[in-house]
Design a protein around this ligand. Structure first.
Ligand SMILES: NC(=O)c1ccc[n+]([C@@H]2O[C@H](COP(=O)([O-])OP(=O)(O)OC[C@H]3O[C@@H](n4cnc5c(N)ncnc54)[C@H](O)[C@@H]3O)[C@@H](O)[C@H]2O)c1
Length: 276
């Protein structure tokens, strides 16, 4: 177990209130990290929200979670979060999980799922702002603390749709129903950018012993349409969507000394999706 013990390391998880962020926060805390959970709700709203999320309530009750409201697209709010976190825990940040992301914005109009030719540039900008600029800014702000302390680990959360194109045939059933639906371009293109951010920083911060890796995850169970599952699951050798907790081991591993000689790598955890 010592190999995977996180030894009170202070680890920032962005998007900690989301489906996977709460899992990563709970798993890191359970392995001995002190987590700084960041999301878009303000400090007070977020702290109240934690009560409704058992994994976060537990980590917070154990003194292993400090929730801070911050926007990953806003450098000043990240600097404030870093200063509050370091004052609270009394040591520089050790790790960062760049997890916050936007897929299709929830309030997007029909053009989000329309043809590529008319995909709105403002949607492209919003998604790139969170998914590409966000990790870049978090690496600048929190990575700087790690580089100065000459140790640390950054994990960028990628997606199979950042290494492969979405297969539009998977969504043909929606077009057959009369809907206009194409899986949009911006999420895939933005996630792709993280692979070279990872490699760039692995080279740049190697001497400072800051390790930078990326994880490539596939779709997670979330009440998907049975018609979608009927088409998607045959493409997954393990024959199922991921459970929300399936990725926790990878995140703990990359924050621990078990991965001490690993940097610039892409860890693919996708049930075999990209093997076919
Ligand atoms: N769920 C999946 O099927 C899946 C598959 C592969 C990869 N991923 C990746 O895993 C990560 C987590 O996905 P999820 O499904 O948990 O997403 P989610 O939508 O449930 O959670 C994302 C969180 O990020 C937060 N967030 C968004 N914009 C922000 C901003 N500007 N500043 C701060 N926080 C912000 C949201 O409030 C939310 O709590 C993402 O990077 C996603 O691309 C997810």
């Amino acid at each position: 177990m010592a190999l995977f013990d996180l030894n009170d390391r202070v680890v920032v998880v962005t998007g900690c209130l989301g489906q996977l962020g709460r899992q990563f926060t709970g798993a890191l805390a359970a392995h001995g990290a002190r987590v700084v959970g960041i999301d878009r709700l303000g400090d007070v709203d977020g702290a109240q929200t934690l009560d409704g999320i058992p994994l976060l309530k537990q980590a917070s009750g154990d003194g292993r979670l400090l929730y801070l409201g911050a926007d990953v697209t806003d450098r000043a709010s990240l600097e404030t979060a870093r200063d509050k976190a370091e004052a609270h825990y009394g040591v520089p940040v050790y790790g960062l999980v760049n997890n916050a992301a936007l897929d299709a914005p929830p309030d997007s109009d029909a053009r989000e799922f329309g043809p590529f030719e008319t995909y709105p540039v403002e949607n492209w900008d919003r998604i790139f702002s969170v998914n590409a600029k966000g990790p870049f800014l978090c690496c600048q702000v929190f990575g700087a603390s790690m580089a100065e302390a000459e140790r640390g680990s950054i994990v960028n959360v990628g997606s199979i749709y950042g290494i492969l194109s979405p297969d539009q045939n998977l969504y043909q059933y929606r077009r057959d129903r009369g809907e206009t639906f194409y899986k949009p371009v911006a999420y895939s293109a933005s996630k792709s950018s993280l692979y070279n951010l990872t490699r760039y920083l692995a080279g740049y911060w190697g001497k400072e012993q800051v390790r930078v890796n990326i994880v490539t995850f596939a779709g997670v169970h979330n009440n998907q349409d049975p018609a979608f599952l009927e088409r998607y699951l045959p493409k997954v050798p393990l024959g199922r969507m991921a459970d929300a907790a399936d990725y926790n081991g990878t995140i703990v591993y990359l924050m621990s000394d078990a991965s001490a000689y690993m940097t610039g790598s892409n860890v693919v955890v996708d049930g075999g999706f990209s093997a076919l």
